[in-house]
Design a protein. Structure first.
Ligand code: SAH
Length: 688
């Protein structure tokens, strides 16, 4: 059997449906899953174990049998904890079939098969009764169904249903309670992920300012959660405007309501400033008294002893619909609204009379300006990066002449506007994302450029000389950036598009960037290694079946794949110098043959080689380059600074080499890298 998977083709820039082995999807799911990260989360695991032990004891003290319902059992971990804590029986429900199968194996291997029944169903399908999946209702409800936003994985409807149909009234719940916290802040850095700031361009005839359409100013943006490793955000990038406030709590031992609702809190700013962002996180109390607490609070809130690195639970950044000046000591009203699966925030000046709760509209934010559909948050950040824009301005100034006919190939780019201001006679823009044409018109109109920049509504390979009014293109520019790109080299689509329009270029055309290069560096991650590293045992339970399953899924394809990660969120140190491994000359067309290279990378620092990081650098013009990866290695320890707006490619080594001293290190790691010009993909292999 075959299944179809949607994927962007880097040679055409369009989404295609690719036939894959029917197992591909689930292997992807397991290989990229957070199970390993959860099993490495010691803080979470020990607290669940304590909470489960305490709940089982409370039930036993009442002289009752302890019947556990574990919804979303995954590896079966929490059920095994319950069984070894003395529970009489556990129903372990898991909807994802490969995981349910793994749970059966793991439970058996650990000797709990007579105490734990794995049910491969969604909890809402589970039946109770003599012929049902469960003999009777449970009196202990255990789950771990939370994401960074707490409710994004459907915890609320699942609990609502479980209390109605699967557990007894007055049951124990682990966790017992979750609480969501919020803090109001001003942060130019984070605000730049949501709004386009005016872009200043120094042109020959004075400074020009690129502005955004007025609809953008008040647009609430998209509802999808912005979850980040907030602990990587330096305090210098955040101005705290309020104390931490409790927005709401959910008691999981009582019936839960999932229907949309709002929670309001009055708060008094501790500082005057521009309220732009609500930072939010949650904690869970494993027991009713709240003595066993697991918190996601960021570094400035919690003590360092509570620190546990994890990637499956981070912190949330909510953007207020527009920035609101607040004054120290002058009360404001913060409202958190939620539907079944997501949250959003509003801020209002506190008025004397309390607004009727029923009047508060619980409507999730929708982007009305379209910019938030065209640009995702890192892309906003990139476009707002004035020093990056300066590089492009400098490069364009070098290559543009008054008679230049300029064609831009990049998604949602400011380059056409820059090119116009910097004197190109005519600027044409390929529009690759047709659905967002409307926004581009509005954007050019806001800048009075609607007659100055021509949008070509055709794909590069379908461009004809009539689109160009019989002119030839003398300057071809790209950032390059395409929204469908996942890995750094997918932006090489620029090269394919450049190849497709070759017949429309003048013989001495200038291509900007003139070339790109692929760079590699060997790193030791501070924490990210955990997400792909085997666990062995977890709280004394043998979970190697899970390790094998992940390994098997990672190796499902013959060559392992690199995966995208925004490394500014994941500190690492370099163990080698960065090394340029391939170059792509955009002045020439894409060659027919593959581009391959082999070589070795010297290890310079002691440490554990967890993997290789790969990124692209674009050489815009002579002496002007931009890096989408490494910005600099900041000290002799090898700490790295990464481009904060891009994801880099990470290739995790299947076995790591650890060394205390340089002398017992292999001096080098060898690599073989192949860019397949037919598919636009890069395959790689590293040998330690
Ligand atoms: N309990 C495990 C795994 C938690 S991950 C642990 O703590 O380590 C959450 C799991 O719940 C996933 O495997 C997911 O497939 C499953 N899941 C989520 N909602 C579910 C539901 N309503 N019914 C059954 N399984 C569910």
């Amino acid at each position: 059997m075959k299944t179809f998977c949607g994927r962007a083709n880097p040679t055409t820039g369009v989404m295609e449906w690719i036939e894959e082995d029917e197992n591909y999807d689930y292997h992807q799911e397991i290989a990229r899953s957070r199970y390993a990260d959860m099993l490495h989360d010691k803080d979470r695991n020990t607290k669940y174990y304590q909470g489960i032990r305490a709940a089982v004891s409370r039930v036993k003290e009442r002289g009752e049998k302890a019947i556990v319902l574990d919804i979303g059992t995954g590896t079966g971990l929490l059920s095994m904890m319950a069984a070894s804590a003395g529970a009489d029986f556990c129903y372990a429900v898991e909807v994802f079939k490969p995981m349910a199968n793994a749970a059966v194996k793991i439970v058996k291997k650990n000797g709990f098969h007579d105490k734990i029944k794995v049910i491969n169903k969604h909890s809402t399908e589970v039946t109770v009764g003599p012929d049902g999946d469960m003999q009777c209702r449970a009196n202990i409800l255990v789950t771990e169904l939370f994401d960074t936003e707490l409710i994004g994985e459907g915890a609320l409807p699942t609990y609502e249903h479980a209390h109605k149909y699967l557990v007894q009234e007055g049951c124990e719940a682990v966790p017992h309670r979750a609480t969501v916290y919020a803090q109001l802040v001003e942060s130019k850095r984070m605000w730049s992920w949501n709004k386009l700031f005016p872009v200043r361009v120094k042109a020959e005839d004075g400074e020009k300012i690129i502005v955004s359409p007025s609809e953008m100013e008040k647009c609430p943006g998209v509802p999808s959660v912005c979850d980040i490793q907030l602990n990587q955000m330096p305090s210098s990038d955040i101005t705290i405007l309020s104390d931490v406030v409790t927005m709401f709590s959910v008691d999981f031992s009582k019936p839960v309501r999932s229907a949309p609702t709002c929670y309001r809190v009055q708060l008094e700013p501790v500082k005057s400033g521009k309220a732009q962002i609500v930072l939010s996180w949650w904690d869970i109390d494993m027991d009713p008294s709240g003595t066993i607490n697991c918190t996601m609070a960021p570094y400035w809130v919690k003590s360092t002893s509570a620190f546990q690195w994890r990637d499956h639970w981070m912190q949330c950044v909510y953007f207020l619909p527009n920035e609101e000046p607040v004054l120290q000591g002058e009360q404001v009203c913060l409202t958190a609204c939620r539907d079944e699966y997501s949250l959003w925030y509003k801020l209002r000046k506190a008025s004397g009379e309390e607004e009727n709760k029923a009047n508060v509209r619980v409507e999730s934010p929708v982007c009305r300006c379209q910019a938030h559909l065209l640009w995702n948050r890192p892309r906003f950040g990139q476009l707002n990066d004035q020093s990056r824009t300066c590089q492009y301005v400098r490069a364009l100034t070098k290559v543009l002449k008054t008679d230049s006919v300029c064609l831009c190939i990049s998604d949602g780019s400011l380059l056409p506007v820059l090119a116009h201001y910097l004197g190109a006679k005519q600027v044409l823009l390929f529009f690759l994302l047709f659905m967002l044409l409307f926004f581009s018109f509005k954007f050019f109109k806001a800048n009075h450029l609607e007659d100055k920049i021509k949008i070509i509504e055709a794909r590069p390979e379908l461009m004809t000389s009539s689109h160009l009014e019989d002119k030839k293109i003398s300057v071809l520019v790209g950032e390059p950036f395409f929204t469908t790109s996942l890995l750094p080299w997918h932006n090489l689509y620029f090269w394919y598009a450049r190849t497709a329009v070759t017949s429309h270029l003048t013989s001495n055309v200038t291509v900007l960037p003139q070339s790109a290069s692929l760079h590699v560096m060997i790193v030791e991650f501070q924490d990210l290694w955990r997400i792909r590293s085997p666990c062995g045992t977890c709280e004394g339970f043998d979970v190697r079946t899970m390790d094998d399953m992940i390994k098997n899924s990672l190796n499902f394809r013959e060559s392992k794949e690199a995966e995208p990660h925004p490394l500014w969120e994941y500190p690492c140190k370099s163990l080698s110098d960065p090394q340029e491994v391939l170059t792509f000359d955009f002045r020439e067309t894409v060659p027919q043959h593959c581009l391959s290279t082999e070589g070795s990378i010297n290890l310079l620092r002691k440490g554990t080689s967890h993997g290789a990081v790969l990124w692209m650098e674009y050489h815009l013009a002579a002496d002007i380059s931009v890096s989408t990866g490494l910005i600099q290695i900041s000290n002799e320890k090898g700490n790295c600074e990464w481009n904060p707006h891009c994801k880099q490619a990470v290739y995790f080594f299947s076995s790591v080499i650890e060394s205390e001293s340089l002398s017992d290190l292999p001096s080098a790691i060898t690599y073989a890298i192949n860019f397949d010009t037919k598919t636009g993909e890069i395959a790689m292999d590293f040998k330690l």
